[in-house]
Structure formats: C-alpha cells, structure tokens
Design a protein around this ligand. Structure first.
Ligand SMILES: NC(=O)C1=CN([C@@H]2O[C@H](COP(=O)(O)OP(=O)(O)OC[C@H]3O[C@@H](n4cnc5c(N)ncnc54)[C@H](OP(=O)(O)O)[C@@H]3O)[C@@H](O)[C@H]2O)C=CC1
Ligand SMILES: O=C(O)CCC(=O)C(=O)O
Length: 479
C-alpha cells in the first residue's frame, strides 16, 4: 500500500501513524495510507511557519505571482486525474470532482492576479509637513482547518489568498479526505516557495487541530465545518487574541412562488438539495412553496427525484454519489426518521440502498407536510434530504425563510421582479439566488453568511484581503 507523508518545513515527513483513505463508493477500495501527525509534528509545522513568515512576508509580488500561477496551471492541467481522486475519496460525481479541481485552479489563478493588485493609500496628513501611507501587511502564520465536503476548493480558497498576501500556512485537512489535500500539497511543494511557507499536517482535529487553535504562534485561524466545532474553535482562538474566520453551515431556504417557472423551480430544488449528495453548506434543505403551485411542484420534484441515478461516484451515468461515510449516513437516516415522527410525509427515498452494500448509498429523500419548527427544518442534515413547507403567500414564505439560526444562502423562484427584488433585500442570508439553486457560487466574489452560519470577514474574491492582511498606517515627516 502506498504511503503519503506530511509536508513540514520543505520536507516530506513520516506520520506518527498512518490511516487508510477509504472510497465511500466501494469500501474495499483503499486509496492509500496517509500520514497522521501528532502534537509534536503540529508544533514543528507551526515553528517552521513562524520562522518562514518574515521572509515570505517581505517577498516580492513577482515571486508570489509565479508560485500561485504555477499551482493554478498544474491544477487546471491535471483536473481530470485529480477530479477522479477527489470523487474516489469523497464520493461526489466525477463531473463534480473535475469541476471542483478546475475551480481550485481558477482560485489560484485569481489570487495570482491579486498579488499584482495589492494597493494602499497615500494621503496628506492633517498636520503640515507630514505624509501618511496606509498599507496592507501580512498577518503572519495562518492555521487552516477544513472539512471533507470540498476537499480541494475550500483549501484552495484559504491557501491561495494567504500566500498571495504574504502569510505562511499550516494546513490541517479533514481526516476523511487526505488524498486531495496531499495532491494539492505536492503541487505546492514544487512551486518555489521557501521552506516552511506552506505546511501540510494531516492529523486528527482533537490533536493537530487543537494544537493549531491554541498556539500563540498562529495569528489567524480560518475554519470551515460544523457549528459545534466552529463555535468551540472561535471561542478559544478569540480568547487568546487570534483573528478568526468561520464558515459553519446552513439551513438554506428555497422559496417557490405561484408565479415561478415550474421547470426552473424543480431544477433548482433538485440540484440544490441533492447534487453533491446534499453535502454542501449551501444545499437547499428547506423548500418553501406557496399553496397555488405546491401540489404541481411536489409531483414534478418527486418524479425528478425518483429518476435520479444513485451509484458509484466515478461511473459516468451516476448523478448522486454515496454519502461520505457510515456516520454521516446514519445521521441522515435518523433525521428522516425524526421528521416522520414529527408529522412529515415521506414522498420518496430516505433509506439506505439495500442492493449496494459495497458503499454508503442513500436514496434521496423528499419529505412534505413539514412545519418550520420541526427538527428537519431547524438543524443542518448535510445529506440528500429535502423538506417542503407549504405557505399561503410571499410574505409568509419570507418569514419562514428567515426563521432560522443560519443565514448562509437563500433562493427564490419567481417570475416577478417585485418579489425577486424584495427578497434580495429582506432575505437574511449572505448569498441570495434568484431562479438559481442555493448552491453553486462564483470564485471571484465574496462567500459567507449571516447569523450562525459565519463569523469574521468574508472568504473569496477581493474581500478575502480583510482576513489575510492587517492594515498599517505610516507617518513620514516630509519637510
Ligand atoms: N459547513 C460545512 O461546510 C460543513 C459542515 N459539516 C457539518 O458537520 C457535521 C460533522 O462533520 P465533521 O467532519 O465531523 O465536521 P467537524 O466540524 O467536526 O470537522 C471540520 C474540521 O474540523 C476539524 N476538527 C474537529 N474537531 C476539532 C477540534 N476540536 N479542534 C480543531 N479542529 C477540529 C476536523 O478534523 P477531523 O476531520 O480530523 O475530525 C475537520 O478538519 C456534518 O454532519 C455537517 O452537518 C461538515 C463538513 C462541512
Ligand atoms: O455552493 C458551493 O459551490 C460552495 C459550497 C460550499 O463551499 C460548501 O458547501 O461547503
């Protein structure tokens, strides 16, 4: 079995132990054994990142551009091969896996360009004879803790801006998907960065993650993952004075109004709820439908859901891959069961697919007759499960849509400019979609939410610099 090491201080370093990377489409397929770092190795990665920070922070923008452009170009050239690896270890379809690798490449291209666009301000002072300059400086060492559902795009949208703005990186990927992280690290290892600038420390959240969170030598933490883990990290990192940025999920509403185009609405719901096996923080897990279109919409969505082909992620005919692991599968099934106990009606799916015991396959679940206060409409499921809430009119739909502890993404299907405009203004979400699925975003604009979904400044696009830089104001006596 091939062994894959961690990357610390410019060297490939054996793990304190190794863990197998299992294919969720077929659990007899082991992709490789991946290094698992211990606390001492995490501390070593932090130390070398700290040592490298002054040098990389003072590096020229051409060196940063060249490194990021190199990474981008290789990711784009190898998107088929790396997309296949991603599908094999995470379970999203091959098309989605290839698309995600391409997206990671585009993110690196974008931030390569951003290195050439770092600006500041030159101002007169209020005092005669003085000048003022406002510049963007690196923050220092950035710790990155990432989830399993976007194993290359989420690391890319944290690592690329961190390096572009002159920071060094300690990257801890999710334990379930070390393969994409390793492949990305291997490309970065050849990008010409000084030793210690970028470090991969695959290891457990409890040991490696906590070491990163609690180290005073890590100036900032960027995290994506679950609410409990994110809140715990935020509380501890903020208490020691670190800068933090958290993306912690959603319970994203898709509103369907009577005047919606039925085909567009069904397509948005189907894609938003079930594609990527529903394992997206932007998934449309609450579908809020006005009463005039409700029955026709549910009938059409049920027919489309039943027709979805669930299967091996790398089979080209598959539309929905497996759930990522057995724990997530069991959790999804429990949420379906609880929705029925609380009064929901199961229209289709909601069970493990019996004739595919080799993987973690679940039939996409559509549940109707749900009420806003039911557990299924309050908590993030993170699987192929959608619930429908019937409402009287637009105002009630908006109220139900906003009635959530989360506020990541929201959507509306309507042919009315008036309702679309009003929804964009009054929806309490960080990202709003009109006649589009709640999931599926561009890489050059901000990503993030309101309320319990996010904390700290936005990720992606030019707004990323708020997190990855600190502002310095310099005064000069010029006369
Ligand atoms: N918002 C989103 O994009 C995502 C949301 N989720 C939600 O989270 C649920 C559970 O998924 P799970 O993967 O366990 O999510 P977690 O939030 O537990 O994991 C996310 C990352 O945090 C790490 N981590 C875990 N515990 C700690 C800790 N104490 N200190 C520092 N880092 C830590 C994990 O490491 P390790 O993998 O080694 O445990 C992983 O890298 C899902 O069912 C889903 O609801 C999950 C993934 C993404
Ligand atoms: O909607 C997308 O494309 C991005 C979603 C995402 O980042 C997530 O679900 O974690």
């Amino acid at each position: 079995m091939t062994k894959f090491d961690n990357f610390i201080g410019g060297e490939w370093v054996a793990g304190a132990s190794y863990a197998p990377n299992v294919n969720p489409s077929n659990t007899s397929d082991i992709i490789g054994d991946y290094a698992v770092a211990d606390r001492a190795q995490a501390l070593e990665a932090i130390k070398v990142a700290k040592d490298a920070a002054p040098g990389w922070g003072m590096s020229g923008i051409q060196a940063r551009f060249d490194a990021l452009d190199f990474i981008a170009t290789e990711l784009l050239a190898r998107k088929q091969e790396l997309g296949e690896l991603l599908s094999r270890e995470e379970g999203k379809t091959l098309a989605e896996g290839i698309g995600e690798v391409a997206r990671a490449g585009q993110i690196f291209k974008y931030f390569a360009g951003e290195t050439l666009r770092i600006t500041g301000d030159v101002l007169p002072s209020t005092r005669p004879g003085f000048g003022v300059e406002v510049t963007r400086e690196p923050v220092g060492v950035i710790g990155m803790i990432t989830p399993w559902n976007f194993p290359i795009a989420i690391p890319a949208w944290k690592i690329a801006p961190a390096l572009a703005y002159g920071n060094t990186v300690v990257f801890k990927p999710a334990g379930l998907v070390p393969g994409s992280a390793w492949a990305l690290a291997e490309i970065i290892s050849r990008a010409g960065l000084p030793a210690g600038t970028f470090n991969l420390v695959n290891g457990s959240g409890r040991e490696v993650g906590e070491t990163i969170v609690m180290s005073d030598d890590v100036q900032a933490i960027s995290f994506t993952g679950s609410v409990p883990t994110g809140c715990d990290i935020r509380n501890r990192a903020v208490a020691r004075g670190a800068k933090v940025q958290m993306e912690m999920g959603g319970k994203n509403p898709l509103v369907v109004l009577d005047d919606a185009d039925l085909d567009i609405a069904v397509d948005c719901a189907l894609q938003g709820a079930f594609f990527s096996t529903g394992q997206r923080c932007t998934a449309s897990s609450r579908i809020i439908v006005t009463e005039g279109i409700h029955d026709a919409f549910v009938d059409a969505l049920a027919a489309a859901t039943k027709a979805l082909k669930v299967g091996d992620a790398r089979d080209s005919s598959t539309q929905i891959g497996p759930v990522v692991d057995v724990g997530q599968l069991e959790s999804n099934l429990k949420y379906v069961e609880q929705a029925l106990v609380e009064g929901g009606t199961l229209v289709c799916g909601g069970d493990r697919i019996k004739d595919k015991p080799e993987g973690f396959y679940m039939a996409p679940a559509l549940i109707t007759d749900t009420r806003p206060e039911m557990t299924i409409n309050r908590e993030e499921v993170f699987g192929p499960v959608a619930s429908v809430v019937k409402v009287k009119d637009y105002e009630e739909a908006l109220k139900v849509a906003n009635d959530s502890q989360f506020g990541l993404s929201s959507g509306i299907c309507t042919s009315s400019l008036k309702y679309a405009t009003d929804f964009k203004r009054r929806s309490e979400a960080g990202m709003v979609m009109v006649n589009l699925p709640t999931a599926g975003v561009d890489y050059h604009v901000p990503f993030g939410g309101t309320k319990g979904s996010s904390y700290g400044s936005r990720e992606q696009g030019a707004y990323a610099k708020e997190f990855y830089t600190t502002v310095k104001t310099a005064y000069t006596r010029s006369a």
